[in-house]
Ligand binder design. Structure first.
Ligand code: TYM
Length: 328
């Protein structure tokens, strides 16, 4: 069975971009693959330093992942820090990637530029090595992600190929899998930037747990343009195209088909808001139920960690043997 691995960071609340670009494909494909889904809390330390924050966000994110429909009977949901092999393989990955390759990563350039006056952790620079470890530990073939992770998957492939050529065939070389619609959901207030947890204001971000009134308000205020033609054209009409693509992703239709049903912006905005509200309604109800039983959530995560460790420890051992580290 095809092995699938993907992860999400517990930084800030989950937004519509995360859901349409990645999370919903984790659930829709889960019965046809052997899926591993990680909450990567160690990655969050690159940008979070307040005690207790990451642990609480991790628990809430676990509830979101089960609320969207990940079935613990078929999918393995785990927390990165519960599987120490991630940190152990990460060092080996750091020694398999070059300083030059890490320097060219756009995420590092963007995030370090935004934090110019703040503490810039070295982990922000070596982040792709830990991410490569996350993926390669599970012999994953497919990595379902949004478009912003493309460069990270590319560098993971390069690292895997370099390791295999240095030490012999050890790692599966993975590929990124991206959805047809929703791979790059844009900020509703600035449709030329992706919807992102690190946006300076959240009026353009739709969170999975926003109440219906807030969702509708955000869509009604979405930035469009000054002409009035409803047409799917990302380059010249980014705001309208983003709304069309969000509605397409929420309803399973194509953006062009949806565009043909509108002559005005107002109804497109409110219908897109309504489609998103309907999409999120069952998730929100299930989230509230799950958060009321924290012991059950912890027990699901314990089971996930134990299954994940079974795979990860065998891969780490294989990597040690390929390198020829002295056995204990
Ligand atoms: P993160 O936590 O930022 O985002 C989780 C997933 O959501 C997708 N995504 C989007 N998709 C469409 N439109 C958007 N505006 C949007 N914003 C986010 C992301 O592409 C991602 O799939 N580096 C990763 C976490 C990670 C990881 C991994 C992912 C660590 N190890 C191993 C896959 C495999 C990240 O920061 O995602």
């Amino acid at each position: 069975m095809n092995r699938v691995l993907s992860c999400i960071q517990p930084t800030g609340a989950v937004h519509l971009g995360n859901y349409l670009g990645a999370l919903r494909h984790w659930t829709s494909g889960q019965h046809e693959c052997d899926g591993f889904y990680g909450i990567v809390d160690l990655h969050a330390l690159t940008v979070t330093d307040r005690p207790g924050v990451v642990g609480q966000s991790t628990l809430e994110l676990a509830a979101v992942l089960f609320a969207i429909g990940l079935d613990p009977q078929v999918s393995t949901v785990f927390v990165q820090s519960h599987v120490p092999e991630h940190s152990q393989l990460s060092w080996i990955m750091e020694c398999t990637v070059s300083f030059g390759e890490l320097s060219r990563m756009t995420q590092f350039k963007d995030k370090s530029a935004k934090r110019e006056t703040e503490f810039i952790a070295a982990g922000l620079f070596t982040y792709p090595a830990l991410m490569a470890a996350d993926i390669l530990l599970y012999d994953a073939h497919d990595v379902p992600v949004g478009d912003d992770q493309r460069q990270h998957i590319e560098i993971t492939r390069d690292i895997a190929m370099r390791f295999n050529s240095r030490y012999g065939d050890t790692f599966v070389v993975p590929r990124a899998v991206m959805p047809k619609t929703g791979a790059r959901v844009m900020d509703l207030q600035d449709p030329t930037s992706k919807m992102s947890k690190s946006a300076t204001t959240d009026t353009g971000l739709v969170y999975l747990l926003d109440d219906p009134a807030a969702i509708l308000k955000k869509f009604k205020r979405a930035v469009t343009d000054s002409d009035s033609e409803v047409r799917f054209d990302r380059e010249h009409k980014p705001g309208i195209s983003n709304l069309l693509e969000i509605q397409a992703a929420a309803t399973g239709r194509s953006p062009e088909d949806i565009a043909s049903g509108y002559t005005q912006y107002g109804p497109l905005k409110s219908d897109t808001g309504e489609a998103v509200i309907e999409l999120l309604r069952p998730i929100q109800a299930r989230y509230t139920e799950l958060m009321s039983d924290r012991a059950e959530l912890s027990s699901l995560l314990r089971a996930g960690a134990s299954k994940a460790r079974g795979i990860a420890s065998a891969t780490l051992q294989r990597a040690h043997e390929s390198i020829g580290l002295l056995p204990l």
